[in-house]
Design a protein around this ligand. Structure first.
Ligand code: SF4
Length: 404
């Protein structure tokens, strides 16, 4: 796997240790917490967990809420096509612990957690935790790996000893999280970027604007973890990673939908991708090549999401199963005349009705398949598609990328 520069001019190798981290300015005292917060706001750092919410707004909300805040480094990476968070935890644990320390200082928290599921990541974090300078009390909380386990209310629930399943909102964790305290649940990449901004204020604009992206596809090219600037064209990124012949892209892990003709004009930018009907999400990009059937890809994605439903919300259970089942029937040429209408209707009606974004992701998969590939969908009525003949695996294997 290609690992391009990650928070530095050269590709990062190995696992950072305390000596090396201190040598580059790590764990430097924070003498003016508001100055760092102002810098984060000024450069417009957005959270890297998927929603792209402004980091400074979230920090201020936690700081200003009544009660003693809690901070959480969220390293549970539910999207099967993303590896950036586990890579950071395994290779840059001090950067994350330092970012967590700074987040605690900015919000006034005296308690922190690192939340993760990956065993190697846990090992690296525990080692770094043992050798780091004393300060913020930090506990490592392990969860099971699941699509929804990193959702912020699921994080709080698991830290409190419950299952890693989302809860209804409000309240959101910034209002009432761990033990009822205002809680910052921050993605580990977000915290890592805060730590770099503190070490090197001159680089803040570039650090806030860059994204870690996981690039994969089905043509035999090795997946890549790359750090690229906001606004980078997807076509250039695809060329760089060996996917120049791609015909489509699945955006944001499974969250941003399928994009066909015109995908080469897309750029890595939350707002522009949203305007195009997609989402950057966690920054995972899966390219589809001419040999890939978009109906098969959509069906596998929907089947995986149906299998990952936490089965708490009735509308999610019935909605994801209906989407996956109907897409399977479309792929086999066995759908009735009203199937496309039903998919259209569900993709409009289902988003926002579950306690988390899983149902929205499944609905967007169906909506973008119909919008971008009407001819390929219709062709399944006239001829057998070998890629759609077998039942779709529900384990997400097509999209799963190994952590480098
Ligand atoms: S929307 Fe689905 S995955 Fe999310 S909490 Fe409800 S049942 Fe669980």
């Amino acid at each position: 796997m290609l690992v391009s520069p990650v928070f530095g001019p050269e590709p990062y190798r190995g696992v950072e240790d305390l000596v090396g981290y201190l040598a580059v300015g790590g764990y430097a005292p924070l003498t003016a917490r508001d100055r760092l917060l102002d810098r984060i706001a000024a450069v417009g750092l957005r959270g890297r967990g998927g929603a792209g919410f402004p980091a400074a707004v979230k920090l201020c909300a936690v700081r200003d809420a009544p009660g003693r805040p809690v901070v959480v480094a969220n390293g549970e990476e539910g999207e099967p096509g993303s590896v950036k968070d586990r890579w950071l935890l395994r290779h840059r644990p001090h950067l994350i612990l330092d970012g967590l320390r700074l987040a605690a200082a900015m919000t006034g928290a005296e308690r922190g957690f690192v939340y993760l599921s990956d065993a190697l990541a846990e090992q690296a974090v525990r080692h770094a935790h043992a050798e780091r300078p004393t300060g913020l009390r930090v506990d490592v909380v392990r969860t099971h790996h699941a699509y929804v386990a990193g959702e912020e209310t699921a994080v709080v629930r698991r830290i409190e000893g419950g299952p890693a399943l989302p809860t209804a909102k409000p309240p959101r964790p910034f209002e009432a999280g761990v033990g009822g305290a205002p809680t910052l649940v921050a993605n580990v990449e977000t915290l890592a970027r805060i730590a770099v901004m503190h070490m090197c204020s001159d680089a803040a604009v570039g650090v806030a604007g860059a994204h870690l992206v996981t690039v994969s596809g089905s043509d035999g090219c090795a997946p890549a973890l790359a750090e690229v600037s906001a606004g980078t064209g997807l076509k250039g990124l695809a060329d760089l990673c060996g996917h120049g012949g791609a015909e489509a892209v699945l955006l944001g892990g499974l969250f941003g939908g399928l994009h066909g003709a015109g995908w080469t004009d897309l750029r890595l930018d939350h707002d522009r991708l949203k305007a195009a009907g997609g989402a950057l999400g966690c920054g995972a990009l899966h390219f589809l090549h001419p040999e890939d059937c978009p109906v098969a890809v959509a069906t596998e994605a929907a089947a995986y999401l149906a299998a990952q439903s936490a089965r708490q919300c009735g509308v999610c259970v019935s909605g994801t199963e209906a989407l996956a089942g109907t897409l399977t029937a479309v792929g086999r040429g066995a759908a009735d005349d009203a199937a496309a209408d039903r998919l259209h209707r569900w993709s409009r009606q289902l988003p926002g009705r579950g306690a988390c974004g899983l149902l929205d992701a499944a609905a967007r998969i169906a909506a973008t398949l119909l919008a971008h590939f009407p001819g390929r969908v219709a062709a399944h009525r006239d001829a057998t598609c070998p890629a759609c003949a077998d039942p779709p695996p529900g384990d997400g294997r097509r999209f799963t990328v190994p952590v480098p």
